[in-house]
Design a protein around this ligand. Structure first.
Ligand code: 5RP
Length: 236
């Protein structure tokens, strides 16, 4: 029986449907992670089956790799691809400058590596993800497990000097144990409520030795495709 789609599913699918039109035969694609990116992979699989579109996909997570393989998308690693023509991925929040918060699905590190190795990065999202000021969504920060409590304390201390409204953080959990990323790291979610200066914050976070990468994507996205509940999409 076909699954009933929620209004959010319809909006996410509308964004993905618009983005999949950007794909041309021969492209090396970066495949994002999350429920919106999953719609893109699904619709890409459809074009491959129905039109014989020839592309390769470089997945940003094991989850996306499994989905893409099941849908018949030929997969290559980033190193096999060398460089990518287009990456399409979701976001937890984005603003008018196309600065993003990513990592709600725990794949921010591989997502950022793939996005910066692409000629073009297109964000697909439902309209609820568009915000005036970033920060209501907790900012994910990937950290190494070694000394994580010390890293958490250093991050919180550093936040005292930042233009943000909240300064607490929580270690992301999966049931009773810390959530572990595909790269073997932990994730700290920073409850900032408002990020006044994303660039300053991103630089300060990445300067802490236990921090691997943070979920702010600055000057990486080239375009956003925003899906609406009436099954239409607009481009920013
Ligand atoms: C995963 C991500 C996702 O793109 C982000 O969490 C949005 O997910 P969804 O499309 O399910 O709302 O950054 O790490």
């Amino acid at each position: 029986m076909a699954k009933t789609l929620t209004a959010a599913d319809i909006a996410k699918r509308a964004a993905a449907r618009e983005a999949v039109k950007l794909v041309e035969s021969g492209m090396r694609l970066g495949l994002g992670t999350g429920s919106t990116a999953a719609w893109f992979v699904e619709l890409l699989g459809e074009r491959i089956r129905e039109e014989g579109l020839k592309v390769t996909g470089t997945p940003t997570s094991e989850r996306t790799a499994r989905l893409a393989a099941r849908l018949g998308v030929p997969l290559v690693t980033l190193d096999e691809a060398g460089w990518l023509d287009l990456t399409v991925d979701g976001a937890d929040e984005f603003d008018a400058a196309l600065t993003l918060i990513k990592g709600g699905g725990g794949a921010l590190l591989q997502e950022k590596i793939v996005a910066v190795a692409s000629d073009r990065m297109v964000v697909i999202a439902d309209e609820t993800k568009q915000v005036e000021t970033l920060g209501a969504f907790p900012l994910p920060v990937e950290i190494v497990p070694f000394g994580w409590e010390t890293t958490k304390a250093i991050v919180e201390e550093m936040l005292e000097d930042m233009d943000v409204d909240g300064r607490s953080s929580t270690l992301r959990m999966a049931k009773d144990a810390p959530y572990v990323t595909d790269c073997g790291h932990y994730i700290l979610d920073l409850h900032l409520r408002r990020i006044g200066d994303p660039e300053d914050l991103s630089g300060a976070l990445n300067a802490i030795p236990g921090v691997v990468e943070n979920g702010l994507f600055i000057e990486i996205a080239d375009m956003a495709v925003v899906g609406h509940e009436d099954d239409t999409a607009t481009t920013i």
